[in-house]
Design a protein around this ligand. Structure first.
Ligand SMILES: C[S@@+](CC[C@H](N)C(=O)[O-])C[C@H]1O[C@@H](n2cnc3c(N)ncnc32)[C@H](O)[C@@H]1O
Ligand SMILES: Nc1nc2[nH]cc(C(=O)O)c2c(=O)[nH]1
Ligand code: SF4
Ligand SMILES: [Mg+2]
Length: 209
């Protein structure tokens, strides 16, 4: 028990909900094959979260990082996406240095609600009203991906665009259950505000993980 706790704190082992080889469905890397590592645990509480099962970290096995990386190496792509749950609830230092040692590009999906850790090559920051990002995370964002659940999310997106750096790509993604209503509004917004682009959850249309 104590050993497990120490391994978690040091980041040598992490709660793993699932890991799978698929196509990145969202954001700037959409269409690219990648190995996804989905870590358990999230305290943000998005009402529309599409992986609510991930929230309770204790539900998931504590897996040594060597095992995760060996599994990743068994697939041909050298892109890993670390997601969750909220990956920044964990110490990502050891997992990411081992992945870098093995030659992986590391992308991360995060709400930014916890302090930054790890050697991440590309950070997708998806800020949430339910628990806003810690200020230090904005500077790490390579893409800002705001989920649009209702009309007020356009204002939320514009406010967050002022907090990321100039090079950060700006994306709006319809919340899945509202996609039919929100996608046309996003299209109009992006045509009026051309520094933004549309991000769809293309894996859901393709019916892949
Ligand atoms: C499940 S989250 C996990 C990573 C991190 N907790 C976060 O929210 O960024 C992965 C991505 O899916 C998005 N997402 C979650 N539920 C969604 C939904 N119902 N519709 C559209 N995007 C969703 C999140 O905003 C995030 O960009
Ligand atoms: N194919 C695929 N692409 C994704 N992009 C971000 C995802 C996530 O849940 O973090 C995700 C996911 O769950 N599947
Ligand atoms: S932050 Fe991410 S994992 Fe957590 S509830 Fe929101 S969408 Fe789900
Ligand atoms: Mg997903």
């Amino acid at each position: 028990m104590e050993e497990n706790k120490n391994a978690l704190l040091s980041g040598q082992s992490l709660p793993l909900m699932e890991a799978f080889y698929t196509i990145q469905g969202e954001g700037m890397f959409s269409g690219q094959p990648a190995y996804f590592i989905r870590l358990g645990g999230c305290d943000v509480g998005c009402v529309w979260c599409d992986v609510k099962d991930s929230w309770e970290a204790e539900r998931w096995p504590i897996v040594p990082i060597q095992q995760m990386v060996a599994e990743a190496e068994s697939f041909p792509a050298r892109l890993v996406v670390i997601t969750g749950g909220e990956p920044l609830m964990h110490n990502l230092g050891p997992l990411t240095s081992l992945l870098k040692e093995k030659g992986f590009q590391i992308n991360m999906e995060t709400s930014g609600a916890h302090p930054f850790s790890g050697q991440i090559d590309w950070t997708c920051l998806s800020p949430k009203k339910f628990k806003q990002p810690v200020p230090e995370v904005y500077a790490h964002a390579d893409e800002l991906k705001v989920v649009v659940f209702n009309k007020s999310d356009f204002d939320f997106a514009l406010k967050h665009a002022l907090l990321v750096n100039e090079k950060c790509h700006l994306l709006l993604q319809p919340e899945w259950s509202k996609a039919e209503i929100m996608t046309p509004l996003i299209i109009d917004f992006v045509k009026e505000n051309p520094s933004w682009r549309v991000s769809l959850q293309t894996h859901k249309y393709m019916e892949i993980p």
